[in-house]
Design a protein around this ligand. Structure first.
Ligand SMILES: Nc1ncnc2c1ncn2[C@@H]1O[C@H](COP(=O)(O)OP(=O)(O)O)[C@@H](O)[C@H]1O
Ligand SMILES: [Mg+2]
Length: 266
């Protein structure tokens, strides 16, 4: 059976400049993701999550292994995989609106008028309508991050890759965007891989959580969160708190154990 996104036996090793020291970052690693699924990646810092995301996004080449999307082999970056990074990236020579509209530039599924509507929609979603005409060097870092998120959503990629996108945002903005993302997951069924180090964020947003080992990254555990805490209940804030807390501590224990391995390796 073929899956929407299939990572098969992906491995990656970095070599020092003199070619003498190797850093194995990703072991032969395989993972299948279904259409519409929101998969959260958790794992100790430095284990290789960003590297894996960059490989899936086509920004980095794996040493071995394959990636298939809709049964098609992927090679190199293309617009089907939209990526939001931890650090802000926006075009300072464009306004907030211009940056978000840029995301729609290559879309062929909508008309020019619809591109304007999509731009307005995401502008509002990230709460920047009032700043639409500001250049992005005139707004705060957190706002720039919202611009980057809106631009990527506006581009409507088949797979949304989010690498700790909310890490630097204030608590209110983060919560707002978490709920917006849950809505997108529910209404648009957007296939998403989302890296976070925030266990509660992972439980809130996930259909499934994948926990990685310390470097080189291998999958330690996969958790079907939907089976434990129904998404509707999480969305409405009525999730079973006892189950939430026990899942949280189960995950924290796994990460702590992995983090201990990281320290031993130093
Ligand atoms: N371009 C690179 N060259 C050499 N080493 C790298 C490079 N990118 C990342 N690394 C190393 O690979 C390891 C994993 O990094 P990363 O994927 O960023 O981890 P994570 O996102 O899980 O924190 C780290 O030890 C990092 O120093
Ligand atoms: Mg990272």
């Amino acid at each position: 059976m073929s899956h929407f996104l299939e990572l098969s036996d992906i491995s990656k090793t970095y070599w020092s400049a003199d070619g003498k020291t190797e850093t194995k970052v990703v072991l032969p690693l395989s993972l299948n993701i279904e259409e519409g699924e929101m998969v959260m990646f958790l794992g100790p810092s430095g284990c290789g999550k960003t590297t894996l995301m960059r490989i899936v996004g086509g920004l980095e080449t794996q040493d071995a292994g394959t990636i298939d999307l809709h049964g098609q082999r992927l090679a190199g970056p293309d617009r089907r995989r939209g990526m939001v990074f931890q650090s802000y990236s926006s075009f300072p020579w464009l306004t907030v609106r211009g940056n978000i509209k840029f995301g729609t530039r290559y879309r062929k599924d909508i008309s020019p008028a619809e591109k304007e509507e999509v731009t307005d929609h995401y502008l509002e979603m990230v709460g920047l309508t009032r700043y639409a005409d500001f250049y992005t060097n005139r707004i705060s870092g957190g706002m720039r991050q919202r611009v980057a998120i809106a631009r990527t959503l506006a581009s409507n990629p088949d797979v949304l890759l989010m690498d700790e996108p909310f890490g630097a945002l204030d608590a209110q903005t983060r919560e707002h965007l978490q709920f917006q993302l849950m809505d997108i997951n529910r209404t648009e069924k957007k296939t998403t891989i989302f890296v976070t180090h925030d266990v509660e964020e992972a439980i809130l947003l996930a259909n499934r959580i994948v926990i990685f080992s310390s470097r080189p990254a291998r999958i330690v555990k996969e958790i079907d969160v939907d089976a434990i805490l129904p998404p509707e209940a999480r969305r409405s804030g009525e999730a079973d708190m006892a189950r939430f807390m026990s899942l949280r501590s189960e995950i924290l224990d796994i990460i702590r154990a992995e983090y201990a391995h990281t320290l031993e390796a130093v």
